[in-house]
Design a protein around this ligand. Sequence first.
Ligand SMILES: CC(=O)SCCNC(=O)CCNC(=O)[C@H](O)C(C)(C)COP(=O)(O)OP(=O)(O)OC[C@H]1O[C@@H](n2cnc3c(N)ncnc32)[C@H](O)[C@@H]1OP(=O)(O)O
Ligand SMILES: O=C([O-])CC(=O)C(=O)O
Length: 461
Amino acid sequence: MIWNEKRENAYCEITPALLALKEQWEKKNYIDPRLYKEYNVKRGLRDEDGRGVLTGLTRVGEIQSYQVTSGPDGEHIIPDEGMLYYRGIDCREIVKGSAERGRFAFEEAAYLLLFGELPTADQLQDFCVQLASYRTLPTNFFRDVIMKAPPKDLMNTMQRAILTLFCYDDKPNDVGLENVLRQCLQLTANMPVLAIYAYQAWRYSQGESLFIHVPKPELSTAENFLRMLREDRSYTELEARVLDVALVLHADHGGGNNSTFTNHVVTSSGTDTYSAIAASMASLKGPRHGGANSKVMDMMDDIKTHVRDWGSEGEITQYLTKLLDKEAFDRSGLIYGLGHAVYTRSDPRCEVFRDYVHRLAGEKGLEQELALYSNVERIGKQLLMERRHKDAISTNIDFYSGFVYEMLGLPGELYTPLFAVARISGWSAHRMEELSSGGKLIRPRYECVEEVRSYIPMENR
Ligand SMILES: CC(=O)SCCNC(=O)CCNC(=O)[C@H](O)C(C)(C)COP(=O)(O)OP(=O)(O)OC[C@H]1O[C@@H](n2cnc3c(N)ncnc32)[C@H](O)[C@@H]1OP(=O)(O)O
Ligand SMILES: O=C([O-])CC(=O)C(=O)O
């Protein structure tokens, strides 16, 4: 079917012909789940004990979530409180740089992740100047690229913009480390601008007035983000500090998280930086990964609509049971913001957000809403533990982050883009590492469970 201006939905229509093809697809594409066990497939690249299959080495970031003890009957995995290290340093220590030492810390974290050492005052200053010099987009980029095509999802608009920046680069395919470093720094500097401009284009598409503010060189990433967001360019010190903390906490999560691993995979093929970062964006958008932060907010809105008494244990249990049975909300069966592929008992980043949520909710008079979040967290975890026969489930970073952003007055459309604004620092560090140390095309094996058979001539089918 061809795009048709007059019947624009014709392009997206699920026609009877498509339904018939889907039926045909279903007949030949089912894989019996028992086969995964028979072939000893590491589903989701996870070992039997739930730990990730070891697929690489990194110096960039590390997550700890359990202890291993060995006895006469072999190794035992004991769930533990989660820890996250950037280049060996507890990420919460870096957060303190922002909260206590009165300094914006995201740039410091990005420097640490990329170069492996905390910057001196001079190094940090030079790094910030360099980022500032890279923040400007090519002339007319907003008009020619960001405003083109209806901006339905900011992550896609940003991804397209990143891919198009390839065309403005004189050495786009050069994967020499100095060139890749330049591209990574430029994209790190551009990311907040792309996120906000994509948002402004989206607002405009919704009938709002269009305004575009340029970033200021002397401001931090967090300050520029807020400055470009609001028509009057206003923000408070507290807002900028909280946003800076969020950026630090989202900056890296080791090599195995879906978007960073995607980066390793595509980087290992020798592709260019723009393609690698766009691929990571594609992964991050997914609701089981970075997209979970806005899903949490939609889920909470749905809960607020369907649960009349926010303090009622029974009503919340009933709603969450329906949700897990795929009968409520988006019917995915997921309670967004709960569970984690690595953390067992707790996600340290969530604990930082929990702290902010408590402080901000008190100030904003949103204690009732906070109580609802706490109930959903507690009851949701209980239900998941019962169903999954686990004695611990962690609340992840996405459960409270959106609530914090909401209290800062940030629009929901920007929650996942904000994740990308931070995580590009980790993607960059991992891309550099893959190029310098990985050195091997990532290529796992898939066992084909189809039988080999003869080609049948058309007249005999
Ligand atoms: C920044 C981030 O990416 S943090 C994660 C953000 N994502 C979310 O919040 C989405 C909700 N959570 C989830 O979907 C999962 O917890 C994930 C994807 C994060 C991790 O999933 P897994 O690695 O499969 O975790 P785990 O092995 O502990 O899960 C065991 C089972 O419990 C299910 N489960 C885990 N968490 C949840 C949840 N919140 N709601 C419903 N079911 C869940 C898993 O789907 C899995 O089911 P399966 O055995 O049928 O495949
Ligand atoms: O590590 C993961 O699987 C997901 C995660 O928390 C992140 O990327 O921040």
